[in-house]
Structure formats: structure tokens, C-alpha cells
Unconditional design. Structure first.
Ligand code: ATP
Ligand code: MG
Length: 658
């Protein structure tokens, strides 16, 4: 039987966790008493500084911030070498598993050696501090090594999703004027070897189109597939890295030295090249990772199942976990290869204790059914995290019940590429959690929900989510475009950071994310949130996933259009010959369900059953493309879509019986 919704229930922390958790209630008290002193303390406690800083925050040129002014540190030293120096070189840093089933165990000592070799190899290719390096790699350990090697020599990296096209890669290489591209021959996805080097060749092949800044392409051999070779430009990783010296002196850089550029996922429009720097970013990543996931480096096995091409991979696979010296799992492929039980085998094999993933994955597992988990021992898990989109209360409940054995806390973490680290989240030993709510800004973070005039809304009301004080891991700008930085984030409400998301405060003042402000619908003068209607749909036993958009409507201004993916059993019941009447009845039932759960105003004009939804590579639904479909337009920019055939499938499906 499908699960009942659990929207009303709340979950206090388990008593032993409340007692032992890394984060105790005084963390809020200390941050509230003196925010800047709190951050200075975090920076000094969590990181090793070669030169201590003299000022915590310089905000004189707001919104351009400088944190930990005068401080100097080496980010890679903080993520690797210092753990070895502290005697933990034998601790496993990464349990890596490739999609075909190959495995590697990499200790902190191994990682330190590999990073030093790679740093020497990059310097051998002429890379100097300040030069940009583009990374276009699958989820293999070399990706982590290359990022840290860049950090070690002060060369900002720009990681581009391995699934992106040659055009997307060229645009990002050109925007950052990268001098080196690090790639692989290919990577494994869904049982096949997908080419990467070929895309790099295409991206750089025609100087008239771009890619002229690139001098070298460093290629990891992963799949062994044939690759074209440009003499003088292309070099094999195993030639120049494996043979490089293991000695490398790490130089300290200014706290504000650029660490990386990363493009946002492009859910709402053209991706923005977000710039992060060193000291503040690493402080934010380490602090949030430690406290939100209650990390105990000696005993935990942590798994963040994101891709390094997404900010979650930067902060919660590379920088946060490694700065904290934790043991983690890294997996190359998709959850359905070779079978839909792959994840649970991985959890069982390594005894994963902390799992961090996205609502889209949880809903996929819901769609597949809980039976797939029942044959696996998941008792090692003690904490579950969610990121990327609002998590529907139904999905939250399923995650806790079936993955967490109704025992583990679930933390819903709200943040963005721009914020660098988690901003709003429960703390597992302190917060009584509510399914579907990110709840409360972390200690040291100040958020508010504002109305159109910039006044804070009362509890129970909805508005625009803003951050009211600067924070260490905040973006320092959009690469090469200061005006766009000020315009996008700091103009809507002067002096406050505008996140672009809508949120509601409940009666306790807890934050509920409502989706993008751009996606808010206006139906007959009523503002409706995509997240709330989607959650209502997902709370119906037949629905696994839903996306809701507002489409222009002559009478109501906008009308609610819903796209739903059914759970496996419901899909079977309405998919056969002669099942049209059942399908029509289900659509009516879903429309009525929304009217009942929310209000008749929210009742969808249309409910379209689809097999797939358009998503970014990071798993976010691209509602703007569905709006294009609903309004009968050509779809807009699809370059960051995970699977470009999805839009065609949806359109084709819509030509059939409505
Ligand atoms: P673009 O800015 O180019 O449109 P994007 O916003 O999707 O892309 P990211 O920075 O990867 O790129 O995503 C951040 C956004 O993801 C947030 O603004 C928010 O809308 C959504 N998000 C992340 N975590 C959560 C969460 N826990 N609950 C609700 N929404 C979330
Ligand atoms: Mg965004």
C-alpha cells in the first residue's frame, strides 16, 4: 500500500543524539551574542591559517565583501595535508566505486600524494596562481585530485558538468579564459561509456568559434575508448601526473584569493558564473558540514550522492568533508545501473552513516517502490539530508520511513550556488523536525521573509526570502560582471541579499520554501506557489512526482497546469488498451484532490500524465520549459537539460488523448 501523508507529525531529536550531537543549543546563543566573533572563532577553530587575519569582515564596499582580512591559508593543505600531519594519513578519505563495479580505496596519505603530483604536473604545464583551469570530468577520484591541485597552486577551477554539450563547455571555457582543460576519455553512465574528450575536441577545435585561451588538455584514461589526439596540446594524466614528483611546497594565499568559478544550474535562465574565494568559503563549507551532518570523522561514513559539477559536489563532496577529515563514499554512476538496488548495496557495503541527496532521487525511489530496499541492511544510517528543491512532505516521510527506518533525523537544507554553503536547515541534535520545512537559519546566518515593500511578513505569511547579513561563504561576485552581481542580488531590497525564492513562515516562525519567485502563479488575483500544489499532488497515493506551472489564461490571468509522473502500480493500472476511462477518472480525481487539499482556486485546469519531466543535470525541474509547452511555445534555452530528448517526449505525449 502507498504511504499516508505525514504532514502533521513532527520529530524531536532522538535523546542520545540530543545529548551527544556536535551542535548543541549554545551554538545559536553564541552566534546571536556576537555574530562576527562567532565567525572568527569558527574560522580559527576549523581551519589552519598560515597567517592569522586581522579583521573578520570588511563590508565598506558592500555588497563586495572581504572576510578574514589579512589572513593567509592554503585550501588544499587544509583539506588533505594537515590530516596526514595529524597522524590520520591511514584514514580512508574516499571509498570510490565506478559504475561498472570497479573500486578504489584512497587514504588521506594517498590523496595528499596525488594532489601534490597533480599540482606539480599543472605547474609543469605552465599554470600559475590566478590562471583558470576548466574541469570536465566524470565522478572519478581524479576530479577531486584536480580540484585540490588547482586550489593548492591558487589556480581557480571551473568545473563543468560532464554531461554538458561541447557548446556549453566552450562558453564556460571562454567566459573564464581557461588555460588548461582537464578531462577524461569518457565516463560510465547507465552502463555505457559516454565520450568526454570528443566534446572537448569539438569545443576547442575551431578557433573561430572560441576556446583560444586553452594551451593544454590533460586527459585521464577512464574507459579506454579511442580518442583523437592533438599533438602539442593534449597530454595523458598517466604520463604527466603519475610520474610527477611527490614533493610540493604549498604556498599560502590571501583569504580572498579566488578558489573557483561555478555556473548556476540555469533553472531560471542563463547560468551565472559564481565566484567563490578561499578563507570564507572553506569556513562556511566546513562549519555547515560539521554541524548539519553531525560529523564524527573517526566513525562516520558519509555519502553525498551529488555530482561534482554541481555546487553540492564542491561544498559537500570536496571542500567541507575533506576539511573535516571525514571518510566518504563517491559513486560514479546512476542509481539504476546495473539494477535499481545499486544505492542500497553501496550503503550496505560501506556502512554509510550519513546520506545526502536530492528530492528528485527520493521521488524516483518512491516511484520504483519501497520493496527494492527491503532486502538490504540499512541500519548503519543515522542521518539523512536533502537539497536542491523543496522536499514534499510525502517524500520527506517516505525518506525517513523507508531509508531511515523511521529512526533517523532528516535535514532539509536550503542554500544556493551563490551562498556557497547551507543557510537554512534543522540541526539534528537540536531541532524538532517538520516534514517539508527547512525551518531555521543556521547559527551565524540571518534570513527574513519580506513583502513587496521590503517589510518582514508576519508568521503565517508568505513573501520573498532574503539574507539580511553577509556571511563568510557568500559569493564575491559574478565572474567578470560586477553590475549583474549588484543588479541580480542586491537591488530588489537594497542592503539585503535577494535569493530569488519565495518562502512562507509558519506559526512557529519556521521557513517553508515555496519555489522560485519567477514561478509563482497568479490565478484570479491569488498568488499560488508551485511547491505547495506539487506537494498536494505528491500526497495522492498514485503520484510519484509533479511539476506545476502557470500558463496564460484568458479568464483567470494564469491557470494552473500540472504535469505528473505516476507511481509504478498506478501507471500500470491506466496504461493498457481500453484504460482511457480509468485515466480520465484519475485526472479528475487528482484535480479534485488539489482543490480539497489547498483550495478550489488551486485546482489545476489541466493535469497531464507524463513519463519524464525536464530536469537539469542536478535534478531540478525546469518549470520554465514546461511553461513554454503549456503556452504552446518553442522551448527556451535547453543547454543545461540533463536529457534533451525529454521535451520531445512530452510534446509527443501531449498530441495523444488529452
Ligand atoms: P539558476 O540560478 O541558474 O536558475 P539554480 O538556482 O537552479 O539555477 P542552484 O544554485 O544549483 O541553481 O540552486 C539553488 C536553488 O535551488 C535555490 O535558489 C532554490 O530554489 C533551490 N533549493 C535548493 N535547496 C533547496 C531546499 N532545501 N528547499 C527548497 N529549494 C531549494
Ligand atoms: Mg539560482
Amino acid at each position: 500500500m502507498p504511504d499516508e501523508a505525514t504532514t502533521q507529525e513532527t520529530y524531536p531529536p532522538p535523546p542520545d543524539l540530543a545529548r551527544d550531537a556536535v551542535a548543541q543549543p549554545e551554538l545559536y546563543a553564541r552566534a546571536d551574542a556576537d555574530r562576527l566573533a562567532f565567525w572568527a572563532d569558527q574560522a580559527r577553530t576549523l581551519l589552519d591559517w598560515e597567517t592569522d587575519f586581522t579583521q573578520t569582515l570588511d563590508w565598506d564596499r558592500a555588497p563586495f565583501a572581504r572576510w578574514f582580512v589579512g589572513g593567509r591559508l592554503n585550501v588544499a593543505h587544509n583539506c588533505v595535508d594537515r590530516h596526514v600531519e595529524a597522524g590520520n594519513g591511514d584514514r580512508v578519505a574516499i571509498h570510490w566505486e565506478g559504475e561498472p563495479g570497479d573500486r578504489r580505496t584512497i587514504t588521506y596519505a594517498d590523496l595528499a600524494r596525488d594532489v601534490r603530483r597533480c599540482a606539480n604536473a599543472l605547474e609543469g604545464l605552465g599554470v600559475k596562481a590566478g590562471d583558470r583551469v576548466a574541469l570536465y570530468l566524470p565522478m572519478i577520484p581524479e576530479a577531486v585530485v584536480a580540484m585540490l591541485a588547482c586550489a593548492r597552486i591558487g589556480a581557480p577551477h571551473s568545473v563543468v558538468f560532464g554531461g554538458f554539450s561541447a557548446d556549453a563547455l566552450r562558453n564556460r571555457v571562454d567566459d573564464a579564459e581557461a588555460v588548461v582543460v582537464v578531462t577524461a576519455d569518457g565516463g560510465y553512465r547507465r552502463g555505457a561509456a559516454a565520450p568526454l574528450k570528443a566534446s572537448v575536441d569539438e569545443a576547442l577545435g575551431d578557433p573561430a568559434r572560441g576556446g583560444r585561451s586553452v594551451r593544454s588538455v590533460l586527459v585521464v584514461r577512464r574507459t579506454g575508448q579511442d580518442v583523437a589526439w592533438t599533438e602539442g596540446r593534449d597530454v595523458w594524466w598517466h604520463d604527466v601526473v603519475d610520474g610527477a614528483s611527490e614533493e610540493h611546497e604549498a604556498q599560502a594565499f590571501d583569504a580572498e584569493h579566488p578558489l573557483y568559478i561555478l555556473y548556476t544550474s540555469g533553472t531560471t535562465g542563463k547560468p551565472k558564473g559564481i565566484l567563490h574565494t578561499s578563507g570564507g568559503y572553506l569556513t562556511g563549507a566546513a562549519y555547515t558540514h560539521r554541524n548539519v551532518f553531525d560529523v564524527r570523522p573517526e566513525t562516520d561514513v558519509y555519502w553525498c550522492a551529488a555530482d561534482i559539477g554541481w555546487v553540492t559536489g564542491h561544498s559537500y563532496i570536496v571542500y567541507g568533508p575533506l576539511a573535516n577529515g571525514v571518510t566518504q563514499v563517491m559513486y560514479e554512476g546512476t542509481p539504476d545501473t546495473p539494477t535499481r538496488e545499486r544505492w542500497w548495496e553501496v550503503v550496505e557495503r560501506y556502512g554509510v552513516t550519513l546520506l545526502y541527496t536530492a528530492p528528485t532521487t527520493v521521488r524516483t525511489f518512491m516511484k520504483w517502490g519501497a520493496d527494492l530496499l527491503s532486502g538490504h541492511d540499512l541500519s548503519s544510517l543515522r542521518l539523512l539530508g536533502s537539497v536542491g528543491e523543496p522536499i514534499n512532505p510525502e517524500a520527506w516521510g517516505w525518506y525517513r520511513r523507508h531509508v531511515g527506518s523511521d529512526r533517523t533525523p532528516v535535514v532539509d537544507t536550503w542554500w544556493q550556488t551563490e551562498t556557497g554553503s547551507i543557510m537554512i536547515s534543522p540541526l539534528p541534535g537540536i531541532t524538532t523536525t517538520k516534514p517539508g520545512s527547512a525551518q531555521r537559519p543556521l547559527p551565524g546566518i540571518s534570513a527574513a521573509v519580506l513583502d513587496d515593500t521590503g517589510a518582514p511578513v508576519a508568521d503565517g505569511q508568505a513573501g520573498y526570502l532574503v539574507l539580511t547579513e553577509p556571511w563568510p561563504s557568500m559569493l564575491r561576485g559574478i565572474w567578470g560582471d560586477d553590475d549583474r552581481y549588484v543588479e541580480t542580488y542586491w537591488s530588489r531590497f537594497p542592503g539585503r541579499y535577494f535569493a530569488g525564492d519565495g518562502a512562507r513562515l509558519d506559526e512557529d516562525g519556521d521557513v517553508w520554501l515555496l519555489g522560485r519567485v519567477d514561478d509563482v502563479m497568479n490565478v484570479s488575483g491569488h498568488r499560488l506557489s508551485t511547491a505547495e500544489i506539487e506537494s498536494a499532488l505528491v500526497s495522492h497515493p498514485s503520484v510519484a512526482e509533479a511539476a506545476v506551472v502557470g500558463a496564460a489564461d484568458d479568464t483567470t490571468g494564469q491557470a494552473v497546469c500540472a504535469f505528473v509522473i505516476l507511481r509504478a502500480d498506478a501507471a500500470r493500472a491506466v496504461s493498457g488498451e481500453g484504460d482511457e476511462a480509468d485515466a480520465a477518472a484519475l485526472v479528475k480525481e487528482l484535480r479534485d484532490h488539489v482543490a480539497r487539499e489547498i483550495s478550489p482556486i488551486a485546482k489545476p485546469r489541466q493535469v497531464l500524465v507524463v513519463a519524464e519531466l525536464p530536469k537539469t543535470r542536478s535534478g531540478k525541474i525546469m518549470r520554465r520549459l514546461l511553461r513554454d509547452v503549456a503556452e504552446g511555445r518553442e522551448a527556451g534555452d535547453v543547454t543545461t537539460l540533463a536529457d534533451s530528448s525529454v521535451m520531445g517526449t512530452i510534446r509527443a505525449g501531449l498530441q495523444g488523448p488529452a
